[in-house]
Design a protein around this ligand. Sequence first.
Ligand code: IP8
Length: 249
Amino acid sequence: MKLGGSVITDKATYRAPRLEDLSRLAQELRAAPGPLVVVHGAGSYGHVLAKEFRLAEGRDRDARRDAAFAQVHADVRELSVLVSEALRDAGLPAITHSTYDLARLDSGRLLSFAHAPVADTLAAGFVPVLSGDGALDASRGWGILSGDVIMAELARALRPERAVFVTDVDGIYDRWPDGALLPRVGPHDHVGGGHARGHDVTGGMAGKLARAREVAKAGVEVHVVNGAVPGRLADTLAGKPTVGTVVLS
Ligand code: IP8
């Protein structure tokens, strides 16, 4: 499960959670028929400072950018606390993992990811919670790792039956903003770009679709649904037909 940062926060306002949507989505997650891993986006707990200080470009000698990198990690941890509290309030026993501790990058790409702690938490019957985060980068000092990339990595490692990307739009459109919603996207379907809304440093909807395609290639059923509309996530998890996009490999 990827809870998009645009659904659980107001992405334009620094550190502004959407607590009502978060607790409703946590309730909807109870419809998951089996073990569950929750990855959440950084939303305005990450993207505002990451954009202002160009954190995805890596480290230089500017101490203010180092401070911003450390602040983003601290802020994202706070959002993870809110997400895991909402899950526990909904009866789901959430345990948070720090993505910063598990991941290493090189030139902005994932170099290694320690999935064993996540697999162990899952096997113990808990709901692991991870997030997009800052991470150390072998050649650039540090960088930004999207939760969507973690989804692709965990799909290969854990082989879930289903992956759901919860966003603030109805799914993947053939063109944005005036195109048609695509109920299915195949590997060769061309999808027009431009879904990003200006606050996203990790690739917006184009990046999300690329990662969703990677997840589908791992043999996983992949859905993109609008988490701002009550019931769509629960219906997807229960296997009921609903508005959204299925991404095919
Ligand atoms: O919101 C981005 O993760 P995403 C992580 O899942 C940061 O793309 C810190 C901006």
